[in-house]
Write a protein that binds this ligand. Structure first.
Ligand SMILES: *Cc1c(COP(=O)(O)O)cnc(C)c1O
Length: 220
């Protein structure tokens, strides 16, 4: 199946970058995929998945978590502050921390709940007006603010502009992370995960290359 092909390609990219196999995690992005495709990847033993929307994930993952041990689900899509609590209950990690207001909401809830998912700060490396994320110039101050709120910042995340060579964006994200003492790098999707691994990705987010095209269009 395509899943096996992608795990081999991830492994080959990790090897050829001279990195250790456990340094790179493959997030299988299951948003909008028919359930039978997701179950088949669960059946193959995969346990790390990504979703774009809180509501959609809330509808499918509680059941699969009961059926399969050790499942981990990460939120990749934009998060409204009023859904933060639900997201913190549903996901082991959130890759879309993109503004101070959301950071403060999560910090308040983390205090109250006594737990917090791992957080990745989303960086708008292409400075695209329609895209979420802090600008590269804002990263240092935002990391400092999140640290002052005691948030568990695992690393940085980016979605490069579709029409540009992603390697430059991956390299920029790696530089921003290193400068802030962060080790996690969530970058690389179906079309460019090998290039992301070469630039130091620790989490690649691969959807359509594993599951096939999403039948119902794109999730925001
Ligand atoms: C949908 C999505 C992915 C996966 O995209 P593919 O091109 O299907 O691999 C990765 N990251 C984010 C943030 C996404 O929204």
């Amino acid at each position: 199946m395509a899943y096996d092909e992608i795990t081999s390609r991830v492994k080959a990219a990790v090897d050829s970058s001279g990195r250790a196999p456990d340094e790179v995690k493959l997030i299988a992005v299951s948003k909008l995929q028919p359930p039978e495709r997701v179950v088949s990847v669960l059946g193959a033993g995969h346990r790390l998945f990504g979703e774009n929307r809180v509501q959609e994930a809330a509808g499918k993952w509680p059941g699969w978590r009961e059926q399969f041990d050790g499942v981990e689900v990460h939120l990749l899509g934009p998060l409204q502050s009023n859904k933060a609590r639900q997201a913190m209950e549903l996901f082991e990690a959130i890759h879309s921390l993109d503004r101070p207001k959301l950071a403060r909401a999560i910090a308040r809830l983390a205090q109250e709940m006594g737990q917090c998912p791992d957080l990745f700060i989303q960086v708008n490396t292409g400075e695209e007006p329609q895209k979420a994320g802090v600008t590269p110039a804002e990263v240092d101050a935002f990391v400092a603010e999140c640290r002052s709120l005691d948030l568990p910042i695992a690393g940085l995340m980016c979605i490069p502009p579709v029409e540009e060579e992603p390697t430059l964006h991956f390299a920029l994200l790696a530089k921003l992370a290193a400068r802030n003492g962060l080790t996690g790098l969530s970058m690389g999707m179906s079309g460019d995960f090998e290039r992301a691994i070469a630039q130091g990705a620790t989490h690649v987010r691969v959807g359509s290359a594993i599951f096939g095209e999403r039948p119902y269009g794109e999730a925001g």
